[in-house]
Design a protein around this ligand. Structure first.
Ligand code: ZN
Length: 142
């Protein structure tokens, strides 16, 4: 559960990690930025069964580039509210996911749609570059 301020009216809203559909502001009903967390136990519900494109951020506490890329990812979640869900996975707390997706470096970013991996990349990048990469992945034929 995260509290986010609505980018349209500024009202704080509580947004659960797993939810059917897209979270909307309780006051103005515009889409809210969605930033969730998942681990081995909750990934299926939070990421694979989401109704919109998911950007997974595999990160670790000890990883400097992860701290650099984190604000860029949160900016994307705000800019693409209603179209994109950001899901953060701490690899040290999620060994099964790290094995399943062969995460050998952090940060690794992955675009998921209906539970399928449509793009994956390692390393940090500035927000505009990441946005282009995500938009390309969303346009890719499925
Ligand atoms: Zn609002």
């Amino acid at each position: 559960m995260h509290t986010v301020n609505c980018p349209n009216c500024g009202r704080p809203n509580r947004v659960p990690d797993a939810y059917r559909g897209k979270p909307l502001c309780g006051v103005c009903h515009r889409p809210l930025p969605w930033i969730a967390e998942a681990d081995d136990n909750t990934f299926a519900e939070v990421a694979e069964r989401a109704d919109l494109t998911v950007l997974v951020d595999f990160w670790a506490q000890w990883c400097g580039p992860c701290r650099m890329v984190s604000p860029a990812l949160e900016q994307l979640a705000r800019e693409m509210a209603g179209r994109l869900k950001l899901v953060k996975v701490d690899v040290d707390g999620s060994p099964a996911l790290a094995r399943r997706y062969t995460i050998t470096a952090v940060p690794t970013l992955m675009v998921l749609y209906e539970g399928r991996v449509v793009a994956q990349r390692a390393g940090a990048a500035p927000a505009p570059q990441l946005r282009e990469w995500v938009e390309d992945a969303m346009r890719a034929p499925s």
